[in-house]
Design a protein. Structure first.
Length: 99
């Protein structure tokens, strides 16, 4: 990783660390290399925790708002459950855009 990438991964920028992959060249492998280790980067929940936002409290708040919207018929139950699942999954995603 270069200096620029290392600086961008600084928690000061609230982006966290990027994923790392340890790759070794090996002429005996069909592909010519092998991956020894994958180190996961920082999740959104971890970065939010560093600035005093609790993942469980955030999910509970969205759940409460979703349940209220469902009971007020502003959301269909299936839409509410999908919204809650997407939100919860999103907190586990990396801070960097993934396509």
């Amino acid at each position: 990783m270069g200096a620029y990438q290392d600086i961008m991964g600084n928690m000061h920028h609230l982006l966290g660390r990027v994923n790392e992959v340890h790759v070794f060249l090996d002429p005996d492998e069909e592909s010519g290399y092998y991956i020894e280790e994958v180190i996961e980067g920082t999740s959104i929940a971890i970065v939010l925790d560093m600035v005093q936002y609790d993942e469980k409290a955030l999910v509970q708040s969205i759940k409460k708002q979703t349940e209220s919207a469902i009971s007020d018929e502003q959301l269909k139950p299936s839409e509410g459950m999908r919204l809650l699942a997407d939100y919860t999954k999103g907190l586990r995603d990396q801070t960097y855009l993934s396509l």
